[in-house]
Unconditional design. Structure first.
Length: 353
C-alpha cells in the first residue's frame, strides 16, 4: 500500500479548495477494487492505494467553479505515480512529484450586464467609450472595451474585482466617475459605493451620464437701439414649467448654465415706459448651440444668446403744426366770449339807470 495525495486547487492560485465532491475508483494489480468518496476540506486528502490504475472524478464542484475533467492515474510498484495525458489509446503517461494527483478547478464565467444611461431618465445612451478591467480570483486579467449602442452590454466574467471606466462620453454629456464592482462566486454582483459593497440588481452595473452644462446668454434690449435695459423682471422655466432662475435685468446681459433641453424666457414685468414682451421659447442643443422658436420654426441664436426686445409704450402727443392751426379758433372764441360779457354788462347798466 502506498500513500497517495489528492490536491483540489483553484486555477491560477494553487490554493486548496473546499467543497468539491471527489471519488477515486479503479482496480489494483491484484484485482482489488477501490471506490472512495470524500468532500474536499481545503487541505490535501490522502488515500492508501495498491499499485494499479485509477480514476479521480469530481462529482460536484464548489459554488462558482466548473467541474473538472476526470484524471486517470496509475500507482507503480515503486510507489511513484503517473497520470495519463490524452485519451486511453494515444495518451502519454507523465510522472508527478511527491505521489500527488492535482485536480484544478476553473472559475465559472458569470454573465454581467452593463447599462449606460442618461441621468434622470434611465434611457440607454449610445456613443460612450467604455472599458472593463480587473483581476479574477484565479489571477486571470481582463481588459475589454466597447462603445455603447443604446442597449445593455453583456460580458462573461469570473468571480473577481473589476472597474468600469468611461474613456469618452457621448456628445453633450460629462464623463462619469469610475465604478468598482465585484462578481461573486454565486454570480451576484456588488458595486462599491461610499466604502461599502452594495448589491447590484440583476447583476447589472449601471453608469449614469449627466448632461453637460452650457453657457446661455440672455439680453434684454430696447427696440431699435440694441441697448441693454435695466428693470425688467425675467424668469426662465424648463419644459415642465419648473423655474430655473428669476432675476431683474441690470443693464447688462445675464448668463445661465443650462443643460440640453427646451426652455421658456418670460418677462414678468417690463421696465417703466415699455410694453411687456412676448415669451420666447428656446432650446439648448447637445453641442451647446441655441435655437429660438419663431413661427413654429427653430432659428439659430448667434453666440448662444437669447435676445428679448422691449417696445416703448405709445403716448398721445400733438402732431407738429397742430397747435398753430387751432390758434385762430381759440382767439375767435375768446373774442366772442368777451363780446357777450360786454353786452350783458351794458344792458344791466341801462336797466339800473
Amino acid at each position: 500500500m502506498y500513500s497517495i495525495t489528492f490536491s483540489k486547487v483553484i486555477a491560477g492560485q494553487g490554493t486548496e479548495l473546499e467543497g468539491a465532491e471527489l471519488t477515486v475508483s479503479g482496480t489494483a494489480l491484484d484485482g482489488t477494487t477501490v471506490d472512495e468518496t470524500w468532500t474536499s476540506t481545503g487541505t490535501a486528502h490522502t488515500l492508501e492505494l495498491k499499485a494499479g490504475v485509477y480514476v479521480l472524478t469530481e462529482d460536484a464542484a464548489p459554488l462558482g467553479y466548473e467541474i473538472s475533467s476526470a484524471i486517470t492515474f496509475r500507482v507503480n510498484l515503486d510507489g511513484s505515480v503517473d497520470i495519463l495525458v490524452g485519451d486511453d489509446e494515444d495518451g502519454e503517461w507523465l510522472s508527478v512529484n511527491d505521489a500527488t494527483v492535482t485536480m484544478i478547478d476553473e472559475l465559472t464565467e458569470q454573465r454581467v450586464s452593463f447599462s449606460k444611461v442618461e441621468a434622470g431618465q434611465g434611457t440607454e445612451l449610445a456613443g460612450a467609450s467604455l472599458r472593463v478591467e480587473g483581476t479574477g480570483y484565479d489571477n486571470s486579467t481582463v481588459d475589454i472595451d466597447w462603445i455603447s449602442d443604446g442597449t445593455t452590454h453583456e460580458l462573461m466574467l469570473v468571480a473577481g474585482v473589476y472597474t468600469l471606466t468611461e474613456d469618452a462620453a457621448p456628445l453633450g454629456y460629462d464623463i462619469a466617475s469610475d465604478i468598482t464592482f465585484r462578481v461573486n462566486l454565486d454570480g451576484t454582483v456588488d458595486v462599491y459605493v461610499d466604502e461599502a459593497w452594495v448589491p447590484a440588481d440583476e447583476a447589472t452595473v449601471i453608469m449614469v451620464d449627466e448632461l453637460t452644462e452650457r453657457d446661455v446668454t440672455f439680453s434684454k434690449v430696447a427696440a431699435g437701439q440694441g441697448k441693454e435695459l435695466a428693470g425688467a423682471k425675467i424668469t426662465v422655466k424648463d419644459a415642465a414649467g419648473n423655474v430655473i432662475e428669476s432675476w431683474t435685468s441690470s443693464g447688462s446681459a445675464k448668463v445661465l448654465k443650462l443643460v440640453a433641453g427646451e426652455y421658456t424666457m418670460i418677462e414678468d414685468a417690463a421696465p417703466l415706459g415699455y410694453k411687456l414682451a412676448s415669451a420666447i421659447i428656446f432650446r439648448v442643443n447637445l453641442d451647446g448651440t441655441v435655437e429660438v422658436k419663431v413661427d413654429n420654426t427653430w432659428v439659430a441664436a448667434a453666440n448662444a444668446k437669447v435676445v428679448m426686445v422691449n417696445e416703448l409704450i405709445e403716448t398721445d402727443v400733438p402732431k407738429t403744426g397742430e397747435t398753430a392751426s387751432t390758434l385762430p379758433y381759440v382767439g375767435l372764441g375768446l373774442l366772442l366770449s368777451a363780446g357777450v360779457l360786454f353786452f350783458i354788462r351794458r344792458k344791466k347798466a341801462h336797466g339800473d339807470a
